[in-house]
Design a protein around this ligand. Structure first.
Ligand SMILES: Nc1ncnc2c1ncn2[C@@H]1O[C@H](COP(=O)(O)OP(=O)(O)O)[C@@H](O)[C@H]1O
Ligand SMILES: [Mg+2]
Length: 234
């Protein structure tokens, strides 16, 4: 579904991604693990057209999208839930969801009902301002807003960040449901243990390079992953 080959991304004179290669197959959850500053967010920004690579290529569903701009990505079938959620705080939950469908064809009422089934709390809060929601509710809204664009590939940037463990658990469960309902997921996480329990495959990133990748089951028992990313958790 997605094939990234030797992609290089620079911020001025700083090279953030040193020629990374990886792939995502339809129906998978693939997780990208790595410490702060490794280049995970930059990878997602590249995949949603916010920061084009200066070298290498991105092929999505057989089309070269290396130089596709951000505003064209929703039409393409890729939605991005950014780090820190970035919902519209001065809009209601309902308006936030409508914005997620902006630029795509087709009705929205039916999709909104589907979101309210997946995230019942958002239905209760539908007339409230996004800014008045709790952190977990804002994360649910950010994911629901992205799904309103009917993506085939959903990019998630640290969805569990800053959430209480029980709320994070709910978010991970819903990500599993999203995959099961047919949307492919590329999940960036610092919470390696939970991400690997959920994912089909994973890649480990260090200093702008993908150092290895494997099935999630193998990564969970990998000595290097256990030492650096799992600690005492598993
Ligand atoms: N806008 C920017 N300008 C310059 N350097 C940046 C910018 N954004 C990120 N970086 C640098 O790129 C590297 C990767 O950052 P990032 O992709 O945010 O990592 P992660 O999401 O894994 O924490 C870091 O060294 C960071 O300092
Ligand atoms: Mg980041």
């Amino acid at each position: 579904m997605l094939q990234v080959t030797n992609a290089v991304v620079r911020y001025g004179s700083i090279t953030a991604l040193h020629g990374i290669s990886f792939n995502v197959e339809a129906g998978e959850i693939v997780t990208l693990l790595g410490a702060n500053g490794a280049g995970k967010t930059t990878t997602l920004r590249m995949l949603s057209g916010l920061h084009a690579p200066t070298e290498g290529s991105i092929v999505f569903e057989g089309n070269d999208v290396t130089l596709t701009k951000a505003h064209q990505f929703t039409g393409l079938g890729i939605s991005h839930v950014p780090e820190g959620r970035r919902i519209f705080p001065q809009m209601t939950v309902e308006e936030n969801l409508e914005m997620g469908a902006f630029g795509r064809r087709g009705p929205i009422a039916e999709d909104m009902e589907k979101m309210y089934e997946t995230f019942p709390i958002l239905k209760d809060r539908r007339k409230q301002m996004g800014g008045n929601l709790s952190g977990g509710e804002q994360q649910m809204l950010a994911i629901a807003r992205a799904l309103m664009g009917r993506p085939r590939l959903l990019l998630l940037d640290e969805p569990s960040m800053g959430l209480a463990p029980m709320i994070a658990e709910t978010i991970f469960r819903i990500i599993g449901e999203i995959r099961d309902s047919g949307t492919t997921v590329f999940l960036v996480e610092q919470n390696a243990a939970q991400a690997l329990r959920l994912a089909d495959r994973g890649y480990v990133m260090e200093n702008g390079r993908i150092v290895f990748g494997d099935t999630a089951a193998n990564l969970l028992i990998d000595e290097r992953v256990r030492a650096v990313y799992l600690g005492e958790e598993v």
